[in-house]
Design a protein around this ligand. Structure first.
Ligand code: C2E
Ligand code: MG
Ligand code: MG
Length: 697
């Protein structure tokens, strides 16, 4: 049973409103029905009373007619006795033909003299009045043989009728109350049939919004409107669920993209930094050491450029697999980008342990890589830095491991280098040099030296290679191998390269003016110049301002620069070649150019790298290589130049294989422009057929 408080609470909920509506509808129907019933009951009671009175009159009517026609009063009393026997009769009047009351019955008093004096009309009006109120009364004429003898008036006791009406009303009221009570209970039940699905739905909605569990569903009840609503709600939940799954997927993807390398699936730089910081914190707690290995593949760029990025990617995947195969479970292997990998070695006790692990990785990488049907050899250089000795922060540790890796590369690659302060000072020296490069050009610290190139068949000077020298105010002469990589890195090679072209042209022009008709000058061009500089514009300008023709200049480009960006570079070289500028491939043999690829390049000359010449006079293998390159170049219609010729035996090899030109210390070392001018002036040699062995002439 619900407490009254609960029943009387304010109507706020949908189910309460619904229940009240059902109840209101029931009440209206019940009350209307009750009123109709009562009206009908009232009417029936009256009708029944009147029928009873008429029936009574019918009983006494005959007797009264006989008695009144004989004018005997006794029998009238007898007739009245019949009326008196009926307890529901209140009054009865018998009137003669003149309308005078000749007999009278009153339930409460025997006879009232004044009533006897009343006329028929007054009695009639009294009866009508009674009738209108509650108690019905009837009037009936007493006739015999068509003659009216008098009138009988009977009036019923209204108390009895009122009692009947009250009884009926009372019972009706009880039934009404019962019906209303029942309606209230049934309304609750019926309303539940309707609201239960709605309530269930609302509960599930609440749960969904609280728990965010969109896999919940509202049960489908049948096919009515609420079920349709439930189905729509379920559909909406499904959509949200799918959308959420989608969002989650994307979130995971984003998280994965933000933290993992897409090619190898290894942690990327961001996640690696985070892991390294965590590892440092852990090491601080435990008091142990950790080591960081910085791994960089040697010549990976070359592999990428030569065989394409697909092969490069395969090499990176194979490298990842090899590194992962011997990385301990607790350690972190990451790819920082390109061919740079790092490994955090947790709990490394000594430098020696770290070095041993690094050597193990190095050995593991040094086996050939089988990529498709190609066999490639890719070594690596590894730098090692330990925490806390080699860096107090993650940033320092990475920087120092990186520096150690560079040192390993400089030492000849495929090696492991432990960080030391010497490396650090070398690095800071590099940084200083790199900074100084920015102002070196304005301060006129650069100078060009020239090394003659000899035409072997004509025994004359064919050209001179312009070689850059940096006269550093503090460090003195800095060799190009030391500063050119830095200039490439910081971009200063672009203005420096332009200066070299203009200066070389100016110098050649000056020599021409002095009567020294050197046919050509060779200028080295860095890959960056090919990509980022208007080489054609600069050359045209330099040549025209020096009054030189395009044939007076030759550009030396390293092999890798052409393999790297074939499209752009090749178009540029074609344009230069069509101008008349000679193009030669410098350090040929150290790159990966294939013969078929060479044929497509717009080049005039192959310049064999000096590494093949160093031992050519003692090594059969090197001789074979030189022979093969010369034969190949001849068959392709290219000229061959060899650099690094240091002795007569080497020269003989070149002559044997029809090499066109040679350059090296055997003939001349690179020298300042003035020195070369002096050599020319002092030798007094004809310009066209100038013998190269000036000192022997
Ligand atoms: P490279 O173009 O191959 O230049 C030849 C290098 O070999 C020069 O070194 C030269 O001094 C050296 N050399 C010549 N003959 C002999 C020899 O018989 N024996 C030995 N051991 N070495 C010999 P250098 O002048 O130190 O130049 C090194 C590299 O720097 C050059 O190699 C070239 O790649 C680059 N380089 C020099 N000047 C420039 C420049 O102006 N621009 C660019 N982009 N690179 C330059
Ligand atoms: Mg060169
Ligand atoms: Mg060279």
């Amino acid at each position: 049973m619900k407490p009254i408080k609960h029943i009387l609470r304010p109507i706020t909920t949908f189910s309460d409103k619904q229940r009240m509506l059902i109840l209101l509808a029931c009440s209206i129907v019940l009350i209307s029905t009750m009123f109709c019933f009562l009206a009908y009951s009232f009417y029936s009671i009256n009708k029944e009373s009147r029928q009873r009175l008429n029936a009574l009159i019918d009983i006494i009517d005959e007797d009264l007619a006989i008695q009144m026609s004989s004018a005997d009063s006794l029998p009238i009393d007898k007739s009245l006795a019949v009326i008196k026997a009926d307890p529901s009769i209140k009054h009865a009047f018998i009137l003669n033909a003149k309308g005078q009351v000749i007999a009278y019955y009153n339930q409460n008093t025997e006879e009232t003299p004044h009533t006897m004096q009343q006329s028929l009309d007054s009695l009639r009006s009294r009866i009508r009045q009674q009738f209108v109120q509650v108690s019905p009364g009837v009037e009936s004429p007493i006739s015999r043989n068509g003659t009216r003898l008098g009138t009988v008036l009977i009036e019923q006791n209204e108390q009895i009728i009122i009692k009947k009406i009250l009884d009926t009303t009372g019972i009706s009221a009880i039934i009404l109350l019962f019906a209303l009570g029942l309606s209230y209970l049934l309304a609750g039940r019926f309303q539940r049939v309707v609201t239960e699905p709605v309530t269930t739905m609302a509960t599930i909605m609440r749960e969904v919004s609280y728990t965010k569990d969109y896999s919940k569903r509202v049960p489908s009840f049948n096919t009515d409107e609420i079920s349709q609503l439930a189905n729509s709600f379920n559909e909406m939940l499904s959509e949200i669920e799918h959308r959420d799954e989608d969002l989650l997927d994307r979130q995971n993807q984003l998280h994965h993209m933000a933290n993992f390398d897409s090619l190898t699936g290894l942690p990327n730089r961001a996640l690696f930094n985070d892991r390294l910081e965590q590892a440092i914190r852990r090491t601080n707690r435990t008091g142990e050491k950790l080591a960081l290995l910085f791994i960089d593949l040697d010549n990976f760029k070359m592999v990428n450029d030569t065989y394409g990025h697909r092969t490069g990617d395969q090499v990176l995947l194979e490298t990842t697999a090899r590194l992962a195969s011997i990385t301990r479970a607790g350690d972190t292997l990451a790819r920082l980008g390109g061919d740079e990998f790092t490994i955090i070695l947790q709990d490394t006790k000594t430098e020696e342990t770290a070095r041993l692990v690094a050597c193990k990785h190095l050995k593991n990488l040094y086996h050939h890589f089988q990529i498709g049907n190609r066999e490639l050899f890719v070594s690596a250089s590894i730098g090692v830095a330990l925490y806390p000795e080699h860096g107090a922060t993650a940033e320092d540790l990475i920087k120092n491991a990186d520096a150690a890796m560079y040192q390993a590369k400089e030492k000849g690659k495929n090696s492991v280098e432990l960080f030391s302060e010497t490396i650090n000072s070398k690095l800071s020296e590099k940084m200083l040099l790199s900074n100084d490069l920015h102002k070196a050009l304005q301060q006129g610290e650069f100078e060009l030296h020239y090394q003659p190139r000899i035409n072997l068949t004509r025994n004359s000077w064919a050209s001179a290679e312009a070689l850059l020298r940096w006269n550093h105010p503090r460090l003195g002469r800095v060799p190009p191998d030391r500063f050119l990589p830095l200039a490439e890195k910081n971009g200063t090679i672009i203005p420096i390269g332009e200066w070299v072209i203009r200066e070389a042209c100016r110098q050649l022009h000056q020599w021409h003016c002095q009567g020294f008709h050197l046919p050509r000058i060779s200028v080295n061009v860095s890959p960056l110049q090919l990509h980022r500089q208007d080489l054609v514009g600069i050359l045209k300008d330099a040549l025209s301002s020096s009054n030189l023709c395009a044939q007076a200049i030759e550009l030396e480009i390293v092999e890798s620069a052409l393999v790297e960006d074939s499209g752009h570079s090749i178009n540029l070289l074609k344009e230069l070649q069509s101008m008349g500028v000679k193009i030669s491939i410098d350090d040929f043999g150290t790159g990966y150019s294939s013969l078929s690829y060479l044929r497509t390049l717009p080049i005039d000359t192959l310049k064999i790298d000096r590494s093949f010449m160093i031992n050519a006079h003692v090594s059969e293998d090197d001789r074979r290589i030189i022979a093969a390159i010369c034969a190949m170049a001849l068959s392709l219609g290219l000229e061959v130049v060899t650099e690094g010729v240091e002795c007569v035996e080497q020269e003989q090899i070149l002559l044997d294989h029809c090499c066109h030109e040679a350059q090296g210390y055997y003939y001349d070392r690179p020298m300042a422009a003035d020195e070369l001018t002096q050599r020319f002036l002092s030798s007094q040699i004809l310009l066209e057929e100038m013998p190269y062995r000036l000192n022997t002439v």
